[in-house]
Design a protein around this ligand. Structure first.
Ligand code: COA
Length: 278
């Protein structure tokens, strides 16, 4: 099996395993730039996730900004505005710029395709491309001091890492336009009311609640979570009859899982199930 350490040394992210919770943590580690994203950052996240797909020690993954912030707490302040001129592509060539976004879309798609639960743990700014990263995760846990938004319009650009397309599917066209036309910051509480944040927590409880939720998912029936995730993610993109067929096949696949036997047996024996993720 490929191990993370054999893949490469990462420059923009770091990875930790929380053994008692059966989950891994990917931290974006660019505190001086409030975890701003370069292509390399996104590529490293996608590369780190690949072996975690089959790593039994990681039955859930947390994506976050580094805990060791030096300036302000941040999930990510979006695209790295200081590195735009460092690209190998011509900024004035239409095909080059289309290709630039093709690359970025590919990374976001790879992250979204990850088959296990992916938690966005947001403590601080989640702006622009950082907010778009949140939108490819499954569950969002946010501290109350966090701020979300798409400020790109203030820089004369726009949220093109899937932002315009993914956000309308969550909060609808009018709210998406409001966010993107004006570029304001929104509170975590507002995102909770709009259904993007699942768990809104006090700042001093953030680490505790994050560990509680990640451990719960890390100890749950991993195959069921996989099937649920795929049914829901593809269910939003296909007609109902196709989605229902997908669900039937998903049910059949999951029924082969040993955790199904454990879950039902534990219920009948009036004990807590001990799922192994198999
Ligand atoms: N790219 C590169 N560097 C960034 C950055 C980004 N997206 N966002 C913040 N930084 C850097 C700042 O340049 C600053 O570096 P410095 O201390 O060397 O000058 C450092 O992070 C701290 O940012 P600062 O602006 O001083 O903090 P603040 O608390 O006053 O404001 C933000 C925080 C996030 C509101 C502000 O930095 C900001 O608006 N950033 C840009 C967000 C953005 O437009 N994202 C979308 C990009 S398309």
């Amino acid at each position: 099996m490929i191990k993370i350490s054999e893949v490469k040394n990462f420059e923009h992210i770091k990875i930790d395993w929380v053994e008692d919770g059966n989950y891994a943590v990917i931290s974006i580690n660019r505190p001086d730039k409030l975890n701003a994203l370069q292509n390399m950052t996104l590529r490293e996240i996608a590369e780190a996730l690949e072996p975690l797909q089959v790593d039994p020690k990681a039955r859930c993954v947390v994506l976050r900004g580094t805990k060791d912030f030096t300036k302000r707490p941040a999930f990510s302040a979006g695209a790295d505005l200081s590195s735009r001129s460092g690209s190998d592509l011509d900024q004035h060539n239409l095909r080059h710029q289309s290709h630039a976004m093709y690359r970025r879309h590919k990374y976001y798609d790879l992250i979204e395709e990850f088959p296990k639960p992916l938690i966005a743990a947001v403590d601080g700014y989640a702006l622009g491309g950082g907010f778009e990263l949140v939108l490819v995760c499954d569950i969002v846990i946010a501290s109350k001091r966090s701020a979300f938004g798409f400020p790109e319009i203030q820089r004369g650009i726009f949220a093109a890492n899937g932002g315009t397309q993914r956000l309308i599917r969550h909060i609808g066209k009018y709210r998406t336009k409001q966010l993107m036309f004006f570029g304001d910051h929104y509170t975590a509480e507002q995102m909770y009311e709009w259904g993007i944040v699942a768990f809104l927590v006090d700042d001093d409880k953030f680490e505790e609640i994050l560990h509680e939720k990640a451990s719960w998912l890390g100890n749950a029936a991993t195959n069921s979570l996989f099937v649920i995730k795929k049914c829901i993610d593809y269910g939003t993109q296909v007609p109902l009859n196709v989605g229902l067929q997908f669900e039937q096949f998903g049910y059949a696949v999951n029924s082969q899982s040993k955790d199904v036997v454990e879950g039902v047996t534990a219920f009948l024996q009036k004990r807590t199930p001990k799922f192994k993720g198999k």
